[in-house]
Design a protein around this ligand. Structure first.
Ligand SMILES: Nc1nc2c(ncn2[C@@H]2O[C@H](COP(=O)(O)OP(=O)(O)OP(=O)(O)O)[C@@H](O)[C@H]2O)c(=O)[nH]1
Length: 407
């Protein structure tokens, strides 16, 4: 994700004027919304009045494009239901943020801004502590992720927590469906009224993952879920995206292969706050111990991600439940020391920045690709680059020049 943010900055350079304009257009409503929001929220006794005024403020801020009465009513119902913890409203709200329809996107942004305001107020009441613990879980296919989440999730709901599982499935880019979110993978947890499982379709882009997943996290928290597990398959880029949207990132590894095997990238091991060796039972106990020792040594050589926390390697078995409550204990310890040192809040703040740049990159690139000055040229130049008639650099310069000349 850092890479993506840097890339967008570098990319911005040749088109800086145009980009600045885009960024300002993008940022203006957001800034004015939040400033106006600070002034108007919770000042009236009547919820409805406050709700309507917030909507009006937002609508004003968005260049007088007022939401229709019907849209306002819909949003009011969604927001109220979501805050009251109605699962159907949460599901509908996530569907709204996933929509690509422009009008719905606008409604989704209004809803998100309201949920953010609600969050801010709740966090103030909570002495500045975040309302929810966001945990990313990644691991290769077959590592035992869903079996673990089922077992872990049930333990947490029995302790009185409300658990949301958002499954980011990069395969949905090509298949159109979301395999990870398939409820049959966590049959018992999906029947638990204190758990909510939802696939997070990626719609073909990494930017899409970041946006919809970040927004879904906010909505689940608005719905009262205090533990949000974001699951992803550790074989692509999506796990880096996920590591950059959570408080704690956990890598799950099966007791096979080894440090250099199974396509686990060194970078992703560096992102892990905890490495968990799964299936440590029966015949797999000895290989699990071996993998644990290997990773303990490997972690010593890797760059540290935090100045407060030293990543550790644990062993669990979701089959017999061993190590699961110790793991939770370790996670709570992580959360508490990161909160005390201020690192958790700092991490969240820098993630907000990365998220903003990601949105900008996604929108600007879309704008570029659809711009009349370049749209028709793109396939022609792409083909010339593909067959070696034109260098990629020259093709990029040509497109960028046409774009900046006509913007
Ligand atoms: N012995 C043992 N087997 C386990 C354990 N956890 C999972 N398994 C088995 O490992 C296999 C894969 O487990 P899953 O939970 O489906 O793994 P996953 O990482 O979700 O896999 P994908 O859905 O492909 O990403 C299944 O056959 C499980 O029964 C465990 O703690 N002990």
């Amino acid at each position: 994700m850092q890479g993506i943010a840097h890339h967008s900055l570098r990319f911005a350079h040749p088109l800086s004027c145009h980009f600045r304009r885009n960024i300002m257009l993008f940022a203006r409503p957001v800034q004015s919304c939040s400033a106006l929001f600070e002034n108007c929220i919770w000042k009236t006794n009547s919820f409805i009045t406050s709700f309507r005024s917030r909507l009006c403020v937002l609508a004003m801020a968005q260049d007088a494009e007022v939401l229709t009465d019907k849209e306002q009513r819909l949003l009011k119902n969604l927001y109220t239901g979501l805050i009251e913890g109605q699962r159907s409203c949460l599901a509908e709200a996530i569907t709204l943020v996933e929509s690509t329809h422009q009008r719905k996107r606008r409604m989704a942004q209004v809803l998100l801004q309201m949920v953010l305001s609600h969050h801010r107020k709740q966090e103030q009441l909570n002495h500045g502590k975040p309302l929810a613990f966001r945990v990313g879980l990644s691991g290769p296919p077959g590592a035992g992720k869903s079996t673990f989440i089922e077992c872990f999730g049930k333990m947490l709901t029995e302790e009185g927590h409300k658990v949301a599982v958002l499954a980011v499935d990069p395969s949905s880019c090509t298949s159109g469906g979301s395999l990870l979110g398939d409820k049959t993978r966590m049959a018992e947890l999906s029947r638990d009224m204190n758990a909510y499982i939802r696939p997070s379709p990626t719609r073909g882009t990494l930017g899409g993952v970041t946006r919809t997943t970040n927004e879904a996290i906010l909505l689940t928290e608005g719905g009262g879920y205090n533990i949000v597990l974001v699951e992803t398959v550790g074989v692509g880029q999506s796990e880096f995206a996920v590591a950059d949207m959570v408080d704690m990132f956990i890598l799950l590894l099966p007791p096979a292969g080894g440090v250099s095997c199974r396509g686990i990238k060194r970078g992703i091991v560096e992102m892990a706050d905890l490495v968990v060796v799964t299936k440590a039972d029966g015949d797999l106990l000895i290989p699990a111990r071996r993998i644990q020792t290997e990773y303990v040594s490997a972690l010593k050589l890797l760059r540290k991600r935090s100045s407060t926390w030293k990543p550790q390697v644990m062993r669990i078995s979701a089959k017999n439940g061993e190590g699961i409550s110790d793991l939770w204990g370790k996670m709570v310890q992580f959360q508490s020391s990161m909160l005390t040192s201020g690192e958790l809040i700092a991490r969240r703040r820098s993630q907000q920045r990365v998220w903003m740049w990601n949105l900008i990159q996604e929108n600007v690139l879309l704008h570029f690709k659809n711009h009349p000055a370049v749209k028709n040229q793109i396939p022609i130049l792409e083909e010339k680059v593909r067959i070696g008639m034109l260098s990629p650099g020259l093709a990029a310069d040509t497109l960028l020049k046409s774009f900046s000349d006509r913007s």
